[in-house]
Design a protein around this ligand. Structure first.
Ligand SMILES: Cc1cc2nc3c(=O)[nH]c(=O)nc-3n(C[C@H](O)[C@H](O)[C@H](O)COP(=O)(O)OP(=O)(O)OC[C@H]3O[C@@H](n4cnc5c(N)ncnc54)[C@H](O)[C@@H]3O)c2cc1C
Length: 383
Protein backbone atom coordinates (compact mmCIF):
# COMPACT_ATOMS: atom_id res chain seq x y z
CA UNK A 1 0.00 0.00 0.00
CA UNK A 2 1.50 3.33 -1.08
CA UNK A 3 0.40 6.50 0.70
CA UNK A 4 2.91 8.83 -0.96
CA UNK A 5 1.68 11.52 -3.31
CA UNK A 6 3.37 11.73 -6.70
CA UNK A 7 5.60 14.67 -7.69
CA UNK A 8 2.80 15.83 -10.01
CA UNK A 9 0.26 15.76 -7.19
CA UNK A 10 2.58 17.68 -4.87
CA UNK A 11 3.18 20.23 -7.61
CA UNK A 12 -0.57 20.49 -8.17
CA UNK A 13 -1.08 21.23 -4.47
CA UNK A 14 1.66 23.86 -4.27
CA UNK A 15 0.61 25.56 -7.50
CA UNK A 16 -3.04 25.78 -6.46
CA UNK A 17 -1.99 27.05 -3.01
CA UNK A 18 0.13 29.74 -4.65
CA UNK A 19 -2.65 30.91 -6.95
CA UNK A 20 -5.36 30.84 -4.24
CA UNK A 21 -2.97 32.39 -1.71
CA UNK A 22 -2.50 35.39 -3.99
CA UNK A 23 -6.24 36.11 -3.46
CA UNK A 24 -6.62 35.05 0.17
CA UNK A 25 -9.36 34.92 2.76
CA UNK A 26 -9.93 38.69 3.08
CA UNK A 27 -10.58 38.90 -0.67
CA UNK A 28 -12.96 35.95 -0.45
CA UNK A 29 -14.91 37.52 2.42
CA UNK A 30 -15.07 40.84 0.60
CA UNK A 31 -16.46 39.17 -2.54
CA UNK A 32 -18.97 37.16 -0.51
CA UNK A 33 -20.20 40.18 1.49
CA UNK A 34 -20.59 42.44 -1.53
CA UNK A 35 -22.38 39.85 -3.67
CA UNK A 36 -19.23 39.34 -5.72
CA UNK A 37 -18.01 36.04 -7.07
CA UNK A 38 -14.78 34.11 -6.91
CA UNK A 39 -14.67 34.36 -10.70
CA UNK A 40 -11.19 35.90 -11.02
CA UNK A 41 -9.69 33.07 -8.98
CA UNK A 42 -11.80 30.47 -10.80
CA UNK A 43 -10.59 31.81 -14.15
CA UNK A 44 -6.98 31.67 -13.05
CA UNK A 45 -7.31 28.12 -11.71
CA UNK A 46 -9.16 27.16 -14.90
CA UNK A 47 -6.48 28.66 -17.15
CA UNK A 48 -3.98 26.46 -15.34
CA UNK A 49 -6.24 23.47 -16.09
CA UNK A 50 -7.21 22.79 -12.47
CA UNK A 51 -10.99 23.26 -12.13
CA UNK A 52 -11.87 20.32 -14.37
CA UNK A 53 -8.88 18.02 -13.78
CA UNK A 54 -11.21 15.08 -13.20
CA UNK A 55 -13.13 15.09 -16.50
CA UNK A 56 -11.85 12.74 -19.21
CA UNK A 57 -8.71 13.81 -21.01
CA UNK A 58 -10.31 14.70 -24.40
CA UNK A 59 -12.42 17.30 -22.58
CA UNK A 60 -9.63 19.08 -20.75
CA UNK A 61 -9.02 16.91 -17.70
CA UNK A 62 -7.36 13.52 -17.69
CA UNK A 63 -6.63 13.12 -14.00
CA UNK A 64 -9.08 12.01 -11.34
CA UNK A 65 -11.45 13.02 -8.59
CA UNK A 66 -8.47 12.62 -6.26
CA UNK A 67 -6.74 15.53 -8.00
CA UNK A 68 -9.93 17.60 -7.99
CA UNK A 69 -10.19 16.99 -4.23
CA UNK A 70 -6.61 18.23 -3.88
CA UNK A 71 -7.45 21.40 -5.82
CA UNK A 72 -10.52 22.10 -3.66
CA UNK A 73 -8.66 21.34 -0.43
CA UNK A 74 -5.71 23.60 -1.26
CA UNK A 75 -8.04 26.42 -2.31
CA UNK A 76 -9.95 26.13 0.98
CA UNK A 77 -6.67 25.88 2.92
CA UNK A 78 -5.92 29.40 1.66
CA UNK A 79 -9.21 30.55 3.21
CA UNK A 80 -11.34 30.18 0.08
CA UNK A 81 -13.89 27.38 0.41
CA UNK A 82 -15.79 27.07 -2.89
CA UNK A 83 -19.07 25.15 -3.16
CA UNK A 84 -18.93 25.22 -6.95
CA UNK A 85 -16.26 22.48 -6.92
CA UNK A 86 -18.81 20.10 -5.40
CA UNK A 87 -21.41 20.82 -7.99
CA UNK A 88 -19.97 21.54 -11.41
CA UNK A 89 -16.87 19.37 -11.96
CA UNK A 90 -17.66 16.80 -9.24
CA UNK A 91 -21.36 15.93 -9.51
CA UNK A 92 -22.13 17.09 -13.04
CA UNK A 93 -18.71 16.28 -14.54
CA UNK A 94 -18.69 12.74 -13.15
CA UNK A 95 -22.32 11.97 -14.05
CA UNK A 96 -21.74 13.14 -17.62
CA UNK A 97 -18.41 11.31 -17.91
CA UNK A 98 -19.93 8.03 -16.76
CA UNK A 99 -23.53 8.20 -18.01
CA UNK A 100 -23.64 10.80 -20.80
CA UNK A 101 -23.78 9.74 -24.46
CA UNK A 102 -20.85 10.69 -26.71
CA UNK A 103 -22.91 13.64 -28.01
CA UNK A 104 -23.80 14.80 -24.51
CA UNK A 105 -20.19 14.56 -23.39
CA UNK A 106 -19.03 16.52 -26.44
CA UNK A 107 -21.65 19.19 -25.74
CA UNK A 108 -21.13 19.77 -22.02
CA UNK A 109 -17.84 18.34 -20.81
CA UNK A 110 -15.48 20.76 -22.61
CA UNK A 111 -17.03 23.70 -20.74
CA UNK A 112 -16.78 21.91 -17.39
CA UNK A 113 -13.29 20.61 -18.16
CA UNK A 114 -11.95 24.04 -19.10
CA UNK A 115 -13.93 25.80 -16.36
CA UNK A 116 -15.41 28.21 -18.89
CA UNK A 117 -18.91 26.93 -18.14
CA UNK A 118 -20.42 25.91 -14.82
CA UNK A 119 -23.27 23.50 -14.28
CA UNK A 120 -25.47 23.72 -11.18
CA UNK A 121 -27.22 20.73 -9.63
CA UNK A 122 -30.82 20.63 -8.40
CA UNK A 123 -32.26 17.83 -6.31
CA UNK A 124 -33.48 19.42 -3.05
CA UNK A 125 -37.17 20.29 -2.80
CA UNK A 126 -39.17 21.93 -0.02
CA UNK A 127 -41.42 18.88 0.49
CA UNK A 128 -38.90 16.12 -0.12
CA UNK A 129 -35.74 17.14 1.76
CA UNK A 130 -33.43 14.24 2.57
CA UNK A 131 -35.96 11.82 1.06
CA UNK A 132 -35.05 12.06 -2.62
CA UNK A 133 -37.57 9.37 -3.51
CA UNK A 134 -40.27 11.98 -2.82
CA UNK A 135 -39.20 14.61 -5.37
CA UNK A 136 -42.21 16.11 -7.11
CA UNK A 137 -40.63 18.12 -9.91
CA UNK A 138 -42.33 16.25 -12.72
CA UNK A 139 -41.06 15.69 -16.25
CA UNK A 140 -43.91 14.73 -18.55
CA UNK A 141 -43.65 13.64 -22.17
CA UNK A 142 -44.56 16.33 -24.68
CA UNK A 143 -44.29 15.03 -28.23
CA UNK A 144 -40.62 14.19 -28.84
CA UNK A 145 -39.51 16.08 -25.76
CA UNK A 146 -40.47 16.82 -22.16
CA UNK A 147 -42.10 19.49 -19.99
CA UNK A 148 -40.73 20.09 -16.50
CA UNK A 149 -42.78 21.58 -13.65
CA UNK A 150 -41.99 21.98 -9.98
CA UNK A 151 -39.80 23.79 -7.46
CA UNK A 152 -36.29 23.16 -6.16
CA UNK A 153 -34.68 25.16 -3.40
CA UNK A 154 -31.26 25.91 -1.93
CA UNK A 155 -29.71 25.46 -5.37
CA UNK A 156 -26.19 26.92 -5.38
CA UNK A 157 -24.70 29.01 -8.15
CA UNK A 158 -27.63 29.05 -10.59
CA UNK A 159 -26.77 32.65 -11.52
CA UNK A 160 -23.23 31.58 -12.49
CA UNK A 161 -24.26 28.46 -14.38
CA UNK A 162 -25.03 28.00 -18.04
CA UNK A 163 -26.95 24.80 -17.31
CA UNK A 164 -28.65 22.99 -14.48
CA UNK A 165 -28.63 19.22 -13.93
CA UNK A 166 -32.10 18.52 -12.57
CA UNK A 167 -33.46 15.44 -10.79
CA UNK A 168 -37.08 14.93 -11.86
CA UNK A 169 -39.85 12.40 -11.33
CA UNK A 170 -41.19 10.69 -14.42
CA UNK A 171 -43.32 8.11 -12.64
CA UNK A 172 -44.06 6.36 -9.36
CA UNK A 173 -43.14 2.81 -8.48
CA UNK A 174 -46.54 1.31 -7.62
CA UNK A 175 -45.05 -1.22 -5.23
CA UNK A 176 -42.95 1.16 -3.12
CA UNK A 177 -44.58 4.51 -3.84
CA UNK A 178 -41.13 5.90 -4.57
CA UNK A 179 -40.51 8.28 -7.42
CA UNK A 180 -39.04 6.95 -10.64
CA UNK A 181 -36.31 9.51 -11.23
CA UNK A 182 -34.94 10.90 -14.48
CA UNK A 183 -32.09 13.40 -14.93
CA UNK A 184 -32.15 16.29 -17.39
CA UNK A 185 -29.79 19.10 -18.28
CA UNK A 186 -31.69 22.37 -18.61
CA UNK A 187 -30.18 25.65 -19.84
CA UNK A 188 -30.59 28.28 -17.14
CA UNK A 189 -32.10 30.68 -19.70
CA UNK A 190 -34.84 28.23 -20.74
CA UNK A 191 -38.28 29.89 -21.00
CA UNK A 192 -40.35 29.09 -17.90
CA UNK A 193 -37.29 28.66 -15.66
CA UNK A 194 -37.06 31.33 -12.98
CA UNK A 195 -35.02 31.69 -9.82
CA UNK A 196 -35.06 33.88 -6.75
CA UNK A 197 -32.24 34.24 -4.21
CA UNK A 198 -32.50 32.75 -0.74
CA UNK A 199 -30.79 34.79 1.94
CA UNK A 200 -28.49 32.65 4.10
CA UNK A 201 -26.11 33.46 6.96
CA UNK A 202 -23.14 31.97 5.18
CA UNK A 203 -19.94 33.58 3.96
CA UNK A 204 -19.84 32.13 0.45
CA UNK A 205 -19.30 33.48 -3.03
CA UNK A 206 -22.05 31.19 -4.37
CA UNK A 207 -25.62 32.37 -3.89
CA UNK A 208 -28.50 29.99 -3.18
CA UNK A 209 -31.76 30.03 -5.11
CA UNK A 210 -35.31 28.76 -5.24
CA UNK A 211 -35.74 27.53 -8.80
CA UNK A 212 -39.19 27.23 -10.37
CA UNK A 213 -39.96 25.20 -13.48
CA UNK A 214 -43.16 26.24 -15.18
CA UNK A 215 -43.78 23.83 -18.06
CA UNK A 216 -40.15 24.18 -19.16
CA UNK A 217 -39.64 22.49 -22.55
CA UNK A 218 -36.60 20.18 -22.59
CA UNK A 219 -35.37 18.07 -25.48
CA UNK A 220 -35.02 14.32 -25.04
CA UNK A 221 -31.39 14.81 -26.12
CA UNK A 222 -30.88 16.49 -22.73
CA UNK A 223 -31.93 13.40 -20.76
CA UNK A 224 -29.01 11.78 -18.93
CA UNK A 225 -29.47 8.05 -18.42
CA UNK A 226 -32.63 6.02 -18.83
CA UNK A 227 -36.18 7.23 -18.24
CA UNK A 228 -37.09 6.30 -14.68
CA UNK A 229 -33.58 4.93 -14.13
CA UNK A 230 -32.01 8.09 -12.78
CA UNK A 231 -30.97 6.64 -9.43
CA UNK A 232 -27.82 5.02 -10.81
CA UNK A 233 -26.42 8.13 -12.52
CA UNK A 234 -27.54 10.17 -9.52
CA UNK A 235 -25.53 8.01 -7.13
CA UNK A 236 -22.53 8.34 -9.44
CA UNK A 237 -22.64 12.06 -8.67
CA UNK A 238 -23.46 11.97 -4.96
CA UNK A 239 -20.26 10.23 -3.84
CA UNK A 240 -18.06 12.82 -5.61
CA UNK A 241 -20.13 15.56 -3.98
CA UNK A 242 -19.45 14.04 -0.54
CA UNK A 243 -15.76 13.61 -1.30
CA UNK A 244 -15.41 17.22 -2.47
CA UNK A 245 -17.34 18.41 0.61
CA UNK A 246 -14.82 16.54 2.75
CA UNK A 247 -11.93 18.04 0.79
CA UNK A 248 -13.24 21.58 1.29
CA UNK A 249 -13.77 20.86 5.01
CA UNK A 250 -10.22 19.52 5.33
CA UNK A 251 -8.94 22.71 3.73
CA UNK A 252 -11.00 24.86 6.11
CA UNK A 253 -9.59 22.89 9.06
CA UNK A 254 -6.00 23.26 7.86
CA UNK A 255 -6.45 27.00 7.32
CA UNK A 256 -7.74 27.40 10.89
CA UNK A 257 -5.09 25.20 12.49
CA UNK A 258 -2.32 26.98 10.57
CA UNK A 259 -3.57 30.29 11.92
CA UNK A 260 -3.94 28.90 15.43
CA UNK A 261 -0.42 27.44 15.44
CA UNK A 262 1.08 30.70 14.17
CA UNK A 263 -0.77 32.69 16.81
CA UNK A 264 0.01 30.28 19.64
CA UNK A 265 3.73 30.41 18.83
CA UNK A 266 3.97 34.19 18.89
CA UNK A 267 1.37 35.39 21.39
CA UNK A 268 2.78 35.75 24.93
CA UNK A 269 0.80 36.74 28.01
CA UNK A 270 2.84 35.14 30.86
CA UNK A 271 6.29 35.54 29.35
CA UNK A 272 6.05 32.39 27.19
CA UNK A 273 4.12 31.68 23.99
CA UNK A 274 0.56 30.56 24.80
CA UNK A 275 1.23 27.43 22.72
CA UNK A 276 3.57 26.20 25.45
CA UNK A 277 0.54 25.78 27.74
CA UNK A 278 -0.94 22.34 27.23
CA UNK A 279 -4.39 23.84 27.66
CA UNK A 280 -3.78 25.41 24.25
CA UNK A 281 -1.45 22.84 22.67
CA UNK A 282 -3.43 19.66 23.38
CA UNK A 283 -6.77 20.81 21.97
CA UNK A 284 -4.94 21.90 18.80
CA UNK A 285 -2.99 18.63 18.60
CA UNK A 286 -6.20 16.67 19.06
CA UNK A 287 -7.90 18.75 16.35
CA UNK A 288 -4.95 18.12 14.01
CA UNK A 289 -5.29 14.37 14.54
CA UNK A 290 -8.99 14.52 13.66
CA UNK A 291 -8.21 16.46 10.49
CA UNK A 292 -5.47 14.06 9.43
CA UNK A 293 -7.80 11.07 9.91
CA UNK A 294 -10.49 12.82 7.87
CA UNK A 295 -7.97 13.59 5.12
CA UNK A 296 -6.91 9.97 4.98
CA UNK A 297 -10.50 8.81 4.54
CA UNK A 298 -11.14 11.54 1.97
CA UNK A 299 -8.16 10.42 -0.12
CA UNK A 300 -9.26 6.78 0.22
CA UNK A 301 -12.76 7.70 -0.97
CA UNK A 302 -11.47 9.71 -3.94
CA UNK A 303 -9.00 6.99 -4.87
CA UNK A 304 -11.70 4.29 -4.60
CA UNK A 305 -14.01 6.31 -6.82
CA UNK A 306 -11.27 6.79 -9.42
CA UNK A 307 -10.52 3.03 -9.36
CA UNK A 308 -14.18 2.27 -10.09
CA UNK A 309 -14.53 0.65 -6.64
CA UNK A 310 -17.56 1.08 -4.40
CA UNK A 311 -16.89 4.44 -2.72
CA UNK A 312 -20.21 4.77 -0.85
CA UNK A 313 -18.91 3.90 2.62
CA UNK A 314 -15.65 5.83 2.36
CA UNK A 315 -17.39 8.90 0.88
CA UNK A 316 -19.98 8.96 3.66
CA UNK A 317 -17.39 8.40 6.37
CA UNK A 318 -15.07 11.04 4.93
CA UNK A 319 -17.83 13.65 4.78
CA UNK A 320 -18.95 13.03 8.36
CA UNK A 321 -15.43 12.85 9.79
CA UNK A 322 -14.28 15.95 7.90
CA UNK A 323 -17.27 18.02 9.05
CA UNK A 324 -16.74 17.04 12.68
CA UNK A 325 -12.99 17.65 12.46
CA UNK A 326 -13.38 21.01 10.72
CA UNK A 327 -15.87 22.29 13.27
CA UNK A 328 -13.54 21.30 16.10
CA UNK A 329 -10.61 22.96 14.30
CA UNK A 330 -12.52 26.22 13.69
CA UNK A 331 -13.71 26.37 17.30
CA UNK A 332 -10.30 25.62 18.81
CA UNK A 333 -8.59 28.11 16.52
CA UNK A 334 -11.03 30.76 17.71
CA UNK A 335 -10.37 29.78 21.35
CA UNK A 336 -6.62 29.98 20.80
CA UNK A 337 -6.99 33.54 19.54
CA UNK A 338 -8.86 34.68 22.65
CA UNK A 339 -10.74 37.88 21.86
CA UNK A 340 -8.93 38.15 18.56
CA UNK A 341 -10.78 35.01 17.50
CA UNK A 342 -13.77 37.27 16.94
CA UNK A 343 -11.90 39.91 14.96
CA UNK A 344 -12.40 40.46 11.28
CA UNK A 345 -8.64 40.70 10.77
CA UNK A 346 -7.97 37.14 11.96
CA UNK A 347 -10.57 35.67 9.57
CA UNK A 348 -11.78 32.69 11.58
CA UNK A 349 -15.47 33.15 12.35
CA UNK A 350 -16.01 33.72 8.63
CA UNK A 351 -15.06 30.06 8.05
CA UNK A 352 -17.49 28.65 10.59
CA UNK A 353 -20.64 28.95 8.44
CA UNK A 354 -19.23 26.89 5.60
CA UNK A 355 -17.99 24.18 7.97
CA UNK A 356 -21.35 24.16 9.72
CA UNK A 357 -23.25 24.00 6.42
CA UNK A 358 -21.28 20.97 5.33
CA UNK A 359 -22.34 19.11 8.46
CA UNK A 360 -25.94 19.37 7.16
CA UNK A 361 -25.37 19.34 3.41
CA UNK A 362 -25.03 17.76 0.92
CA UNK A 363 -26.02 14.84 3.12
CA UNK A 364 -26.72 15.41 6.79
CA UNK A 365 -24.77 13.84 9.63
CA UNK A 366 -27.90 11.89 10.64
CA UNK A 367 -28.42 10.43 7.17
CA UNK A 368 -24.79 9.28 7.09
CA UNK A 369 -25.25 7.61 10.48
CA UNK A 370 -28.45 5.99 9.19
CA UNK A 371 -26.54 4.70 6.18
CA UNK A 372 -23.68 3.28 8.24
CA UNK A 373 -26.09 1.71 10.74
CA UNK A 374 -28.04 -0.12 8.05
CA UNK A 375 -25.37 -0.83 5.41
CA UNK A 376 -22.28 -1.41 7.51
CA UNK A 377 -23.78 -2.75 10.74
CA UNK A 378 -26.86 -4.47 9.36
CA UNK A 379 -29.18 -2.70 11.79
CA UNK A 380 -32.88 -2.31 10.94
CA UNK A 381 -33.81 0.78 8.95
CA UNK A 382 -35.55 3.37 11.10
CA UNK A 383 -37.42 5.25 8.38
C1 LIG B 1 -26.17 26.85 1.50
C2 LIG B 1 -26.83 25.64 0.94
C3 LIG B 1 -26.49 25.20 -0.33
C4 LIG B 1 -27.13 24.09 -0.90
N1 LIG B 1 -26.85 23.75 -2.21
C5 LIG B 1 -27.62 22.81 -2.81
C6 LIG B 1 -27.50 22.55 -4.22
O1 LIG B 1 -26.68 23.18 -4.92
N2 LIG B 1 -28.32 21.64 -4.79
C7 LIG B 1 -29.25 20.94 -4.06
O2 LIG B 1 -29.98 20.13 -4.64
N3 LIG B 1 -29.38 21.15 -2.71
C8 LIG B 1 -28.61 22.07 -2.09
N4 LIG B 1 -28.75 22.31 -0.73
C9 LIG B 1 -29.73 21.54 0.04
C10 LIG B 1 -29.07 20.56 1.01
O3 LIG B 1 -28.49 19.49 0.30
C11 LIG B 1 -30.16 20.08 2.00
O4 LIG B 1 -30.47 21.19 2.83
C12 LIG B 1 -29.71 18.91 2.82
O5 LIG B 1 -29.57 17.78 1.99
C13 LIG B 1 -30.70 18.56 3.95
O6 LIG B 1 -32.00 18.48 3.43
P1 LIG B 1 -33.18 19.34 4.12
O7 LIG B 1 -32.71 20.74 4.28
O8 LIG B 1 -34.43 19.15 3.33
O9 LIG B 1 -33.34 18.73 5.55
P2 LIG B 1 -34.44 17.69 6.05
O10 LIG B 1 -34.46 16.49 5.17
O11 LIG B 1 -35.72 18.42 6.26
O12 LIG B 1 -33.83 17.27 7.46
C14 LIG B 1 -33.91 18.12 8.61
C15 LIG B 1 -33.19 17.43 9.74
O13 LIG B 1 -33.80 16.18 10.02
C16 LIG B 1 -32.83 15.14 9.95
N5 LIG B 1 -33.45 13.93 9.37
C17 LIG B 1 -34.19 13.81 8.24
N6 LIG B 1 -34.52 12.53 8.03
C18 LIG B 1 -33.99 11.80 9.04
C19 LIG B 1 -33.98 10.43 9.39
N7 LIG B 1 -34.57 9.51 8.64
N8 LIG B 1 -33.30 10.05 10.50
C20 LIG B 1 -32.67 10.97 11.29
N9 LIG B 1 -32.65 12.28 11.01
C21 LIG B 1 -33.30 12.70 9.91
C22 LIG B 1 -31.76 15.66 9.03
O14 LIG B 1 -30.53 15.01 9.26
C23 LIG B 1 -31.72 17.13 9.41
O15 LIG B 1 -30.92 17.31 10.55
C24 LIG B 1 -28.08 23.39 -0.14
C25 LIG B 1 -28.40 23.80 1.18
C26 LIG B 1 -27.80 24.92 1.70
C27 LIG B 1 -28.22 25.39 3.08
Amino acid sequence: MDFTESDEQRLLRTTVAKIAGSYGHAWFVDQARTGGKAQALWDELSAAGFTGVNVPEPYGGGQGLLELAMVAEETAAQGIPLLIFLVSPAICGEILARHGTAEQQAQWLPGIGSGTEKMAFAITEPDAGSNSHKVSTWARRDGEGWRLSGTKYYISGVDEAANLLVVTRTGTDERTGRGELTLFIVPTDAPGLTWTPISVELVATEQQFTVTFDEVAVSDANRIGPVGGGLRPLFTGLNPERILSAAVLNGIARYCLDKASAYATTREVWGVPIGSHQGIAHPLAEAAIGVELARLMTLKAAWSFDQGLDAAASSNLAKLAAADAALVAVDRAIQTHGGNGMSTDYGLVTMWGMARLLKVAPVSREMVLNWVATHELGLPRSY
